[in-house]
Design a protein around this ligand. Structure first.
Ligand code: GLV
Ligand code: MN
Length: 223
């Protein structure tokens, strides 16, 4: 009797755990078009696992170099995702170092697969994010100093501006091993091929000459 109760319990637990994992996983890349021939494909997140017997301490170690901020934005994001640091594979986290020249800007962007927590290591940053349409595109902003931490919730548009006359440095932590980045200006005005000006002119309620001007700019990518 006791044995059959135990077996029923194990069966129930097995059922519960199979139900718990019966959902679509979050994507680990922009897209993953299905193919039937394995020779035409890659692994779901593009990575194999190293044989555990060959893993060593070096696989879990990374040194982030200071970024070069001599560019039109005056900022440099040094990404440390699974692509740069394979030890992060399957762990669901990653990071980036952001360097800012005086008055440098990390321009409005989103991470399609992550929430970001930003910690200021040095300097003074004005940061902000804009909530979605459902929240009336509310703008949340704050000036941060050394040691301050700010959250940019999952996929919200956000930025950081160095408002001080000194260099600034921040550490961004992400809830994905491959957070991705969409820089708004680059995506909208620098897409390849360009989005038709009929679309952008109506969307932004400005003349096509202004759209043509914006589409001619060199949209710098600081990532
Ligand atoms: C900062 O917002 C970053 O994405 O590095
Ligand atoms: Mn970011």
């Amino acid at each position: 009797m006791k044995g059959s109760v135990f077996i029923s319990l194990v069966a129930l637990l097995a059922l519960a755990s199979s139900l718990a994992s019966a959902y679509d996983p979050s994507p680990l890349q922009d897209f993953c078009v299905g193919v039937n021939d394995t020779k035409l494909g890659v692994f779901v997140n593009g990575k194999f696992c190293k044989d555990p017997n060959l893993v060593e301490a070096e696989d879990f170690f990374f040194h982030i170099m200071e970024g070069n901020t001599s560019n039109p934005l005056g900022s440099k994001v040094t990404q440390v995702s699974v692509n740069e640091f394979p030890g992060l594979n399957t762990l669901g986290i990653s990071l980036a170092r952001v360097d800012y020249a005086p008055y440098g800007l990390n321009p409005p962007h989103t991470h399609p697969r992550a929430t970001e927590v930003l910690t200021v290591l040095d300097g003074t940053l004005m940061v902000g994010f804009v909530a979605s349409d459902q929240n009336d595109n509310r703008f949340f902003t704050k000036v941060l100093n050394k040691g301050d931490v700010f959250i940019f919730p999952f996929s919200m548009i956000h930025f950081q501006l160095n408002v001080g006359p000194e260099n600034a440095v921040a550490l961004a932590s992400f809830s994905s091993q491959n957070p991705g980045v969409i820089t708004i200006a680059n995506a909208v005005f620098g897409s390849k091929p360009p989005i038709p000006s009929d679309v952008l002119s109506k969307a932004f309620q400005v003349g096509k000459d202004i759209i043509a001007y914006l589409q001619k700019q060199q949209w710098y990518d600081n990532n």
